[in-house]
Design a protein around this ligand. Sequence first.
Ligand SMILES: [Zn+2]
Length: 209
Amino acid sequence: MLQQGMYFRTVREHSILLMSQRPNAPYPDRLSNDGQTLYYIGHDAYGVPNKAREDQPLMTPKGTLTQNGKFFQAAEAVRQGARELVRVYEKIQPGIWSFNGVFELRDAKMEFDRIRKVCVFELRLTDDSLNTENEARGQSTSPGRLIPTQVKLKVYKRDGGKCVRCGSTENLHFDHILPFSLGGSSTNPENIQLLCQSHNLSKSNRISY
Ligand SMILES: [Zn+2]
């Protein structure tokens, strides 16, 4: 299981970032209003007192790169023309993660957060989501396809944290009842339902069985 939020190139060629927009989230990640740009906050130093008052480190005390540092280095390579793809998952409830798509790292900077410097990573949603979970559904992640966190929370609660078809509580996906590609809404909870992975995949782009 994933324990922390930043994984530089641990899975195939993709890195992974775990984000959370919940009010009590440890790091205030945010998505732009069109859902296409993610501002991801780096992580604090480990094992130091008052870590929330210390600058977020790029290097460990041993002189190796932290996860912050690895993503910073990748952003430097991006400025030279490289491409850095990142799979982004969002925490909906404890233990429940939703795939938000494949993003491309665009920039990294240190910003003052009133009392200290934090890392801010800018990522942009790509069409590479075609190559991942959405491939089986024949959908791409396009503007407006991402389901806002507040909608996910409502749907999760309404559906009791279970697949609406079989009651499974594992590998849940937020499904567009009327597919986004056919004009279905991402922002109306009435058009979103919880499905387990197998029911999500078997549904494909069909509206009903
Ligand atoms: Zn199911």
